[in-house]
Design a protein around this ligand. Structure first.
Ligand SMILES: [Cu+2]
Length: 375
């Protein structure tokens, strides 16, 4: 931060602190009384009853009102404390002594995957009433400035892009049984209404060892710019088992819910999910992805338009299939090299199934590469 920027920030912070002083402390309590904050955890958000509290003892009562296990962590001003994992329908409390500053409050479950899906908020702790002037260090000042100025500047700063190029053997995945049904079974109950669909896909679905070698090209660029401004640009062209030539042109990022991927939105860079995480379908092994997205695309077969509303799922993930027969080789594949590029194409809502085995198109580029781009 330059001195030119520092002065206005400091003034804004001072004005805001003064405003709190005139209006009374955000929580009405005597010095030494503990503050109480209630928190609710669900897929995929963390909500707090208060976003600003006075410094001192703060007791968080945390309820998991979602359908999968979560936890609650408070991090900032030199502390990092969390509850144990809280089962759906249960609660936990966490009592902390907090100094003035801005704290990151999030769900630590799933190696940051829950946090990346949206389970993150902030808590501002201000000097207790009557405790005298609060001295902010530079880092705390910039933190409070960002949260007070709204999320946009922070989102801009985090905008990232990734370029992915498919390479290596190209395989078409045909319908078949999922090779780890016993591992996936306990996860299905977390999917409520979607459970039945998942169970039928275990017997005969797109996550199978039934693959054939084919050929094709696929490259794309995806931009992660925050909830509704993500974008994607790319083309895949490939042949299927019957010799047909297909092409899909990615048009825009899909941000609505899609089956077995509740509350999925936009481009997500770096996510640990699927399999045993309870995040998205458990009929993909547990993986780490460099980039994942759902998009709407234009699909052509033998140069004729099939649909302008194809639902396209793209994921560059840690390797799930072995060399040779390309069978799924691991239930937990999250530590493998990230070089497997998946392309799944489904008909748009209300559209007929494709003229392909199982009515879907599912291709992998087995040795793919990616690069983060400067924006
Ligand atoms: Cu969580």
């Amino acid at each position: 931060m330059t001195a030119m920027h520092a002065m206005p920030s400091r003034n804004i912070a001072a004005v805001l602190l003064a405003a709190f002083g005139f209006a009374g402390a955000p929580t009405h309590r005597r010095p030494g009384d503990p503050a109480a904050v209630s928190a609710k955890l669900s897929e995929w958000k963390v909500t707090l009853s208060e976003h600003t509290v006075a410094a001192g003892t703060v007791t968080f009562t945390v309820a998991n009102v979602g359908s999968i296990p979560h936890a609650f962590e408070v991090e900032g001003a030199g502390i990092e404390q969390e509850t144990p994992v809280i089962q759906p329908g249960s609660s936990a409390t966490l009592t902390l002594t907090l100094k003035p500053g801005t704290y990151d409050v999030y769900c630590p479950v799933g190696e940051a995957s829950h946090k990346k899906l949206g389970m993150e908020t902030h808590l501002k702790v201000v000097g207790a009433k009557g405790a005298g002037p609060v001295r902010y260090g530079d880092s705390e000042l910039s933190g409070s400035n960002m949260s007070q100025m709204g999320e946009s500047p922070a989102m801009e700063a985090k905008a990232q892009a990734v370029r992915v190029i498919g390479g290596g053997p190209v395989i078409q995945i045909l319908p078949g049984s999922f090779p780890f049904p016993d591992s996936a079974a306990p996860i299905h109950k977390e999917f409520g209404d979607e459970r039945e669909g998942l169970e039928s896909q275990v017997k005969n679905g797109p996550y199978s060892n039934n693959v054939i070698a084919t050929s094709g090209t696929f490259s794309f660029t995806a931009w992660d710019k925050g909830a509704v401004r993500d974008s994607v640009d790319g083309v895949a062209a490939f042949a299927t088992q019957d010799g047909a030539r297909w092409k899909v042109v990615l048009d825009r990022v899909q941000t609505k819910d899609v089956p077995h991927h509740p509350r999925f939105g936009g481009v997500i860079l770096g996510l640990y999910y699927h399999g045993n995480t309870g995040v998205h379908t458990p009929l993909v092994p547990t993986i780490n992805s460099a980039v994942a997205l759902w998009a709407v695309g234009h699909l052509y077969k033998n140069d004729a338009l099939v649909t302008d509303n194809a639902m396209v799922h793209v994921m560059l993930l840690s390797r799930t299939r072995r060399d040779g027969d390309f069978a799924l080789a691991c239930w937990d594949c999250s530590k493998n090299t990230i070089d497997e590029l998946q392309l799944q194409i489904l008909p748009g809502p209300g559209e007929p199934k494709f003229d392909a085995p199982g009515g879907f198109l599912f291709l992998n580029w087995e040795k793919s590469g990616f690069a983060k781009l400067a924006h």
